[in-house]
Ligand binder design. Structure first.
Ligand code: HC1
Ligand code: SF4
Length: 570
């Protein structure tokens, strides 16, 4: 153990502990800006400086280890002076037009300046104006970049993609797309993790709120909104819920108050996806020799883009089932349009998603147009839904509960766990068991696949058919898994990959709580919703059963193929 004193308090900590961690154990908070635990501990912002007795210079506490006998001051006059100068220098290179910044009110630099009582910046202000392609779902404003390097580190270390890099030299040094490429040319998965890990407003997700308002105010248009599984878990954050309390019904009421004509649930088509993807898996397992293995899930567009750019030779191994978002659009503009007797061109389908990449997915033609018009017209991320509710003065704290509309509003417990890593696999196995054996298995029988980013493996014995499964989240883990498959180290039949750590619960469109990883908590809310649902098997979704009866016939029918499947060739 190492003994030291911090702000007059003694503590013994394990060797290898940083000064910042040791201080936290004493409930002493050292201000920080660029720090991300185990991902970005580089002391770039120099905000976390502290003074050590006997040293003539201050040091950064995030990456300096404790030493025996150290006497540390975290808030001495010298520390405050240096910290103040450092923050003022950062501000001098930052476009501080806070009122019109997307992160106004949720910005770590703004909070820091407030915390330190800064009222002026004595240095000449200089920052470089410039946006990346504003049509792309991920947008970078270089005038806001504080060169903290979080985006570079996260994309590199967690997602294994290296989209961002330090560019230029000298006083023009900044962060940009690696090799000075355009965003569209980079191998960006559009997962949006750089955005949710940016402490300021330098990285944002494209806004599409205006399209939604235009549709809502056009009397000739019928608006149909679908809400992704993980959004409800993010909505709970906005209500200030700390635990697993459930708020799905309040979110539905909020959407109804916004004026959407129909408020439906993506969970409905998550159940439909299971019927199609589960049947596809069973078909392939019974014709093993005709296919390359494993079969990969395909509902995460960040992962699908990653496959296309990094492993194009394996794209055919993606399930042909469209994502629930796209299945919803296809069903809404055909079956539902017919049911209410309107031409599909009069429907405007809006998705609320925890995901920036879904803005791209809905624009891929091959996935996207079955009715002659775009199946999903506009995608809002969870943060945009919350913004639009704020703009419409919706009182979140006092919303009553209400139900989704019918006939595309029913979702089972199996569907809602799509939003957590491992959930798609678990839901598929529950129904595959039924499809093969004709009876239900305990809905929690496959719970070993639940988890966060780490690889989870499971051998499911379904009526004599062994299905070797694996689930991971984050693209770095996905790359390792694929490399292991290619090297012959592992053999699987069915693999689930979600691009964001923890799956969509930790998606790039979810509320930003800087410095906190809320993916696991939000995932546990989804498992709670699963437990609370009376129906926990996709094949028991009564509205899905009616859809097959009235329209699609059966999974993998010709009509199902036309509406619900694709071959990810684009
Ligand atoms: Fe997801 Fe999915 S789980 S991909 O994360 O398969 O976005 O929530 O909607 O489509 O259902 C996202 C979430 C979402 C799809 C479903
Ligand atoms: Fe989008 Fe979910 Fe994939 Fe993240 S994990 S890119 S939120 S679909």
């Amino acid at each position: 153990m190492v003994n030291l004193t911090i702000d007059g308090k003694q503590i013994a900590v394990a060797e290898g502990t940083t000064i910042m961690e040791a201080a936290a154990m004493l409930d002493i908070t050292i201000p920080k800006l660029c720090y991300l635990k185990e991902i970005n501990e580089i002391g770039a912002c120099r905000v976390c400086v502290i003074e050590v007795e006997g040293m003539d210079r201050v040091v950064t506490s995030c990456n300096h280890l404790v030493e025996d006998g150290m006497v540390v001051m975290t808030n001495s006059p010298k520390v405050r002076d240096v910290r103040k100068t450092n923050v003022q220098l950062i501000l001098s290179e930052h476009n501080s037009n806070c009122p019109t910044c997307i992160r106004n009110g949720n910005c770590s630099l703004q909070d820091l300046a407030d915390h330190m009582g800064l009222l002026s910046v004595p240095y000449k202000t200089s920052y470089e104006e410039g946006f990346t392609d504003t049509e792309f779902p991920i947008i970078r404003d270089s005038s806001k970049c504080i060169k903290c390097m979080r985006c570079v580190s996260f994309c590199d270390k967690v997602q294994g993609l290296e989209v961002w890099d330090v560019i230029n030299t000298g006083y023009r040094t900044t962060v940009g797309v690696k090799d000075n490429k355009e965003m569209a040319e980079a191998n960006c998965s559009m997962c949006g993790q750089c955005v949710t890990h940016c402490p300021v407003g330098a990285l944002t997700v494209r806004r599409d709120i205006k399209d939604v308002y235009d549709a809502l105010h056009n009397p000739d248009i019928i608006t149909v909104v679908q809400v992704a599984p993980a959004v409800r878990a993010g909505f709970a954050d906005a209500l200030g819920v700390d635990g697993e309390e459930l708020t799905q019904g309040q979110m539905v009421t909020g959407l109804k108050q916004l004026g959407f004509d129909y408020v439906f649930d993506t969970n409905f088509t998550a159940d439909l996806t299971i019927m199609e993807e589960g049947s596809e898996l069973i078909h392939k397992l019974t014709h093993r020799d005709e296919y390359a293995w494993p079969m990969f899930t395909s509902c995460c567009p960040g992962w699908v883009r990653f496959m296309k750019s990094e492993y194009p030779e394996m794209v055919d191994q993606l399930s042909t089932a469209k994502s629930p978002q796209q299945m919803f659009g296809a069903v809404a503009k055909t079956y539902f349009a017919e049911k209410i007797g309107v031409d599909p061109s009069r429907l405007h389908v809006i998705s609320v998603m925890p995901c920036s990449a879904k803005k791209y997915e809905c624009s891929v033609d091959e996935v996207n147009v079955v009715s002659g018009v775009r199946d999903v017209d506009t995608v809002l991320i969870t943060r945009e839904m919350l913004q639009i509710m704020k703009m419409d003065n919706i009182d979140l704290a006092n919303l009553e509960e209400s139900e989704f509309d019918s006939p595309l509003g029913e979702g089972t417990g199996a569907a809602v766990i799509f939003g957590a890593s491992g959930g798609v696999m678990e839901a598929a196995l529950r129904s595959a068991y039924f499809l093969l054996k004709g009876e239900n298995i305990d809905p929690d029988a496959f719970k070993e696949v639940r988890g966060f980013t780490e690889r989870r493996e499971l051998e499911a014995n379904v009526d004599g058919t062994v299905v070797r499964c694996a689930a991971v989240s984050s693209l770095g883990e996905a790359r390792e898994l694929i490399e292991d498959i290619k090297a012959g180290k592992v053999t699987y039949d069915f693999v689930e990959v979600m691009a964001c750590p923890g799956g969509c619960a930790g998606g790039g469109g979810q509320p930003i709580n800087d410095g906190e990883e809320r993916g696991a908590l939000r995932g546990s809310r989804l498992y709670q919703l699963d437990r609370d649902n009376k129906v926990r098997y996709s094949h028991e979704n009564s509205e899905v059963q009616i859809l097959y009866k009235e329209y699609l016939e059966k999974p993998l029918s010709e009509k199902s193929h036309h509406l619900l499947h694709t071959h990810q060739k684009d």
